[in-house]
Design a protein around this ligand. Sequence first.
Ligand code: MOS
Length: 721
Amino acid sequence: MTSRVDGPLKVTGGAKYGADHNFPGMAYGYVVLSTVANGEIQAMDVTLAKSAPGVIGVYSPFDPLELRTAHSPFLGDTWVPLQDKEVAYYGQPIGFVVAETYEQARDAAMTVEVTYLQRPALTSLQDGLPSAEDAPGRGGAPSSLEVLADGVESIEDALAASPVVVEATYSTATQNHAAMEPHSAVAVWDSGGLTMYSGNQAASLQAMELAEALNTDLSSVRTINPFVGGAFGGKGHTSVAAFLAAAAAKVLDRPVKVVLSREQVFTATAGRAATVQKIALGAAEDGSLIALRHDSWCSTAMDRSFVEPTSHGTSREWYATQNLAISQKMVPLNVPPTTFMRAPGEAPGSFALESAIDELAIALNMDPIELRLRNNSTAPPGNDLLWSSKHLDECYSIGAARFGWANRSPNGHEDGDWLVGVGTATAMFPAIRFPATIEVTLRDDDTAVVSTGGADPGTGLLTVLSLVGAESLDISPSQVVPRLGDSAFPPGGMSGGSSATASAGSAIMVAASHLIDELLAVAAAPGAPFEGMEVSYEDGRVLAGGRSMTFGELLRALDRPSLSATGSSAPGEEMTKHSFSSFGAQFVEVKVHKWTREARISRMLGVFDAGRIINEKAARSQIIGGMIWGVSAALHEGMEIEENGRIANGDFAGYLLPVNADIPQVDVHFVQYPDTLHNPVGAKGIGEISVVGMAAAIANAIHNATGIRIRHIPIMIEDLL
Ligand code: MOS
C-alpha cells in the first residue's frame, strides 16, 4: 500500500494546476460562445467591447487570431476557433476578449452583439436517425462486420433458427466529462518560444498540437502540466482555452490566462455521444449463443470527428458466438463535439449488451452468471488470437461469494418500504500500450530520477514511476524522484486508453537496464574503483571482488554528478500472437422505494482481472471512481438538449452527479495475474474498465427489484412509477 507521492501537495494546495500559474503583466481572456445551433455569423459588433474598461484585444472570425487546424499522429485533427463564420452548435467558441482582469474580459464579452443567418438545427439523435451515415469502427475498422458459421446465409437466418431470441433497443444519454479542473491555460512567450501551462493527457502531444496550430517549430513549444485535475479523455485534445491563450499571448506580447467557466466546459469542450443500440441475441436452450446482432447509432458533431464505437467496442469481443453481426452508424447533429470519454465504446455499449444478456438469462430461466460463463470467449469471435490471459470466471466466482449472490431471488425481496434487487454485468476493456520513452538518471546522492513527458491526470502515474523505477533499479521507492508533465522530458506515451502504466512502465524497465549496464561499464573502466573487474549490480550497489559501493558512492568516486540513460518501448511482435484485454465482474444491490420510486445503490462490488496491480491503494481508488461514475451514468447524468440546441442543464445545478450520500461502501478486489505476454511490467490497465458494465448491473438490479426493465440511461424516478 503506497500513498501517492503527490498526495500531500494535492491536499495542502501546494500542487500548481494550469490556472494556478501567474506572471507579471498577465492578461485574462474570456471566450464568447454562439447562441444559435446552426448558421452563419453575418456580423459581430464589438464596438462596446473594444471600448470597455481594461480591454486589450477583441478577436472574432472577422478579426481572428492566427491558428491552423492542429494535427497530431495520435489524435488526428483538432478544431481551432475563430477561423470561419460557420456555427455548428449552440455554445461554440466564436469570439475572444482579452483584458487586464478576468472580470473586465467577461463584462466586455457580454456586450458583443452577434448577427446570425440562422438555419434549422438538428439536435436530437432520434430525429437524426434517418440521416445516419456509416461510421468507422474502432481503430478505423469497417463500419460493419459479420462472422457467420459455415452454411449460414445471414445473421437473420441464424436468429430465426435460434430456439430463444431476445431483441430490444437501448439508448444512452450524452454526457460531459465534468472534471474537477475546468479547461484552462496560461501562455507565456519569450525569446525561446511558447511555454504553456495547461492540464492535458500528454505534454508532448499538446506541444505537437500547439506547434501545428501556431505554425511554429516544435522545439519552440514547451508545455508543462505536472498536475491535472481529471481528464477522462476530455483533455486528450488541446483545449480552445490553450489555443486562444497561446495565439493571443503572442500577438499581445504578454502572458495570457484563460479559464473556461463550468458552464462553458459543457459546450466549448467535447463530451460523450448519445447512443441508440439495437441488440438481438439468439441462444440454444442450454444458453449457448447462436447469434448476436448489435447495430449502433451515435451522435456526432457536424464535423464527424468522433465515433463512439459501441458495437465494435463490446459485441466484437465479449462472447463466444457462432454468428456475429455488428454495425456502427453516426448521426451528425448540431450539438457540441464528442470525444473520448472513459471507456469510449464500452461504457455505453456494455449498458446495451449486458442488459440484453440479463434479458436472455430471464428468457432462458438461467442464472445470469452461468449464462455469461457458458459463453465465455477464449478469443474475440472471428479472430484466431487467443486472449493472453483471462480470469473472468474467477472474477465471477470470487465476486459471487463475496457478494452473497447465492441468496439472490429471481424476483428480488422487500425490506420495509424498499424493493431490493441485485444485478451483475461483465466489464471488459482492451489492454493497450503506446510507444513511450523514459529517461532514468542515477545521482551521486544515491537518488534516481525517472522522467517522462506523460501526464498524471489523477490516476497515480507519478507514484507508478517511482515504484517501477525503484523496482527496476533495485532500490527503495524513497530514493526515486519521479517527474512528469513537461514536454521537455522524453515523450512518455499518453494517459489515455488505460495505457499509461503499461507504456511508461515498460520503457522504465528498458531505460533502467541500459543505465545499469552503463554504470557497470564506468565502474570497471580504467582508473575506476572496480577497474578491470567482473562487476555486478544488486540492491543499488555495484559489487566485485568481495566489496561493494552504492551507485552514489561510485559516482562520487568518479567525480560524476549523475549518469543517465533513456529507454523506449512500443507495442511489437506480441500483437501478432495474442489478443489483450482486462476483465471484470460488477455486482450491485439496488433499493427502490415502494412509494417514492427513488432508486438507491446499497452495495457495490467490482472484481477485476487487470494483470499485475502496481499500487493497490491508488488502483482501488481509481476503480472506485469509475464504478461511481457508472452509478452516475445509470441514475444521474445526461445533458438535456433543448430543440434550439441549448444545453438546458449545462451547469452543476442542473447536471446531476452523485454525492457522498448516493454512494455506499464500495468493495473492490483484484485477482492478480501479471500479464507479461502483453508487456514486461505485467499490468493490463485499470483506468476505464471500472465504469464498464456498471450501468447494466444497476438496470439489471432494478429489474430484479421491481420487475421493470428500463432500456435507457439515466434511469429516472419517473421511469419506475
Ligand atoms: Mo481515456 S477516454 O482514453 O482518457
